[in-house]
Design a protein around this ligand. Structure first.
Ligand code: ADP
Ligand code: MG
Length: 551
């Protein structure tokens, strides 16, 4: 295909009367290159412009124009006082379909009316004073594809001089950066959002990099935890020196080495939160999460957690409340228990003093002695019950139950409650026995409360059993009563702290603490109850593994 055919084929698409379709213009041979713009410029009727036809153009224009047309970087040229326009193929896409091909041979201020207030003065500075300029990612909105578009440019304006040094035109070298600017902006908004999430997260967070665990970033909650310090860029051993003796560096090293997360609950940490002040004890739930590179290697660790100190203080206070309530209950029942045998001793001594029969006197004194032994048994049980066990101990279920029941002897009789015992479990379990006694005490006290007004039967049982979910062997302790029972609504809430149906007579903490203790022993606490008339009652079962619990 020859050049002419090529030109005409392209020009049919353009359909502008200024472009000649068949015969090349005179002087067209002075324009080189085979691109679309070279073709258009050759075919354009320049005689109608202040420049006149191509063969009369100054050498400076021809050299500049041919250089521009051969350039693959987007170039634009304003020439002469009228700022007549040329541009190359690389510039062409930035014009959309509104300005092209009209812009060829058009006067600058006409073509760019909407942005002339911006670029007019810049071009004038070049034309009048030879002042070049350069802008990076500059917003230059203009009409394109039927609408005003926000377009970003990196561009330079520079003077084009003729051989005599006079400024004849303005050369625009540019590239459109809209795509990159928008992409970068989108990325930045995402990063900003991530960052604000990071900072506002209701957890403390720190990013530690490398084997030395260097602080890369951390959020405000982290600062709240450790106190205001300058830690960015510092290794943990240097930034939080008090953590060194508390095992934290070993944990970090092991996470970094193994790539396995480390999770801790209720973990104490002593921190220098205010410079010069003594260390302050805080409690934290936290995780050290390994952070990986794309290739899977470990880049660092994310430390993430919550400061639970306040929660723990509140919890300890609650536990104390319940302990005090338990002590109160014990004191009351102890007085009650001791009162009965003591009054019978008083009676027996009175009878003995007034009897003349030595055998009878011996009988009275034997009984009195037995009653006094009962007193000492009761007070011993109460004390044992109260000693805080710090070590786990092997105990048998019978022992556990008997010590609890002995305390309630009087209340059971007064409330006409019959006790049925069946201790089938012979194996001892290793546990914090004081705590388990507390559990049984709560369950028995609740059962008595439930039968208070009408009497009934209290069943206490033990049997060997297996947790079928885990296969762990243990024993199951049962405390059941024929009392009032519970509606489904009540049963749903009984393990919540402060839930009680006993008004000021209850704390609502008993079962909540039972659950805590049983969980700590990796056991199970279950309840079945019904409140149907004449068939009401409640069964609590406690499964406890044989082995020692976590200390
Ligand atoms: P409190 O005994 O101080 O009320 P608990 O946590 O021990 O607190 O018990 C919570 C509630 O559970 C009781 O108020 C009662 O309504 C119900 N409950 C517990 N055990 C029994 C039971 N054996 N029979 C009927 N209701 C019970
Ligand atoms: Mg209770």
């Amino acid at each position: 295909m020859n050049t002419h055919a090529k030109i005409s084929k392209r020009l049919i698409l353009v359909d502008s009367s200024q472009f000649q379709k068949e015969v090349p213009r005179s002087g067209a041979h002075l324009i080189f290159g085979s691109g679309e713009m070279a073709d258009l410029i050759r075919a354009f009727d320049w005689s109608a412009t202040p420049l006149g036809s191509i063969e009369n153009w100054p050498e400076a224009l021809l050299i500049t124009l041919n250089t521009l047309l051969g350039n693959r970087q987007p170039n634009f040229l304003f020439w002469g006082d009228d700022l007549i326009q040329f541009y190359n193929d690389a510039f062409r896409p930035s014009l959309g379909f509104d300005k092209h091909p009209k812009a060829v041979g058009q006067r600058g201020p006409e073509c760019w009316a909407e942005i002339w207030p911006i670029i007019g003065p810049q071009i004038e500075a070049v034309m009048q004073r030879g002042e070049s300029c350069w802008f990076e990612d500059q917003l230059v909105p203009f009409y394109r594809n039927g609408k005003l578009e926000d377009i970003y440019w990196t561009y330079s304006y520079s003077p084009v001089r003729d051989a005599a040094g006079n400024i004849q035109g303005t050369l625009v070298t540019c590239s459109e950066t809209t795509g990159r600017v928008l992409a970068e902006r989108a990325l930045r908004t995402q990063q900003d959002r991530l960052l604000s999430l990071f900072h506002q997260a209701p957890v403390f967070l720190a990013v530690l990099r490398g084997p030395e665990h260097v602080f890369e970033m951390h959020n405000l909650r982290y600062e709240d935890l450790i106190g205001q310090r300058d830690i960015i860029g510092k290794a943990v051993r240097e930034a939080v020196p008090e953590a060194r003796s508390q095992g934290f560096l070993e944990m970090l090293d092991s996470v970094y080495r193994s790539g396995e997360a480390f999770i801790a609950h209720n973990h104490p940490i002593d921190l220098q939160r205010i410079p010069g002040q003594p260390l302050e004890r805080r409690y934290v739930d936290f995780v050290y999460q390994p952070m990986r590179e794309i290739d899977g290697s470990i880049a660092g660790i994310i430390a993430l957690g919550v400061d639970i100190t306040e929660r723990k203080i509140a919890l300890d206070a609650l536990l104390n409340t319940e302990k005090l309530a338990a002590v109160g209950r014990l004191a009351a029942s102890m007085a009650h228990e001791i009162n009965n045998p003591l009054s019978s001793v008083t009676n027996l001594l009175y009878l003995a003093r007034h009897s003349g029969d030595l055998n009878e006197i011996h009988g009275f004194l034997d009984t009195a002695e037995r009653e006094l032994r009962r007193v000492s048994v009761i007070s011993n049980q109460t004390l044992r019950f109260h000693r805080q066990s710090t070590r786990q101990q092997a105990v048998r279920s019978e022992e556990l139950f008997e010590s609890v029941l002995s305390i309630y002897q009087g209340r059971l009789i007064n409330s006409s409650i019959e006790v049925q015992k069946k201790f089938r479990a012979q194996t001892a379990i290793t546990c914090f026995d004081g705590e388990i006694r507390q559990v049984l005490n709560n369950l028995v006290a609740n059962a008595i409360d439930a039968m208070q007004s009408m009497g009934g039967t209290l069943f206490v049982r033990s049997r060997e059993s297996t947790n079928w979910q885990t296969g762990v062997k243990g024993i199951t302790l049962t405390v059941a009563d024929t009392g009032t029972g519970m509606t489904a609504e009540v049963a749903e809430k009984i393990f919540q702290p402060f839930f009680t149906t006993k008004g000021i007579g209850g704390t609502g903490l008993g079962l909540w603490i039972c659950m805590e203790i049983v969980n700590r022993h990796h056991g199970l606490l279950r309840v079945k109850s019904r409140a149907i008339k004449s068939k009401s009652g409640t069964i609590f079962t406690v499964f406890l593994p044989l082995g020692p619990a976590d200390s």
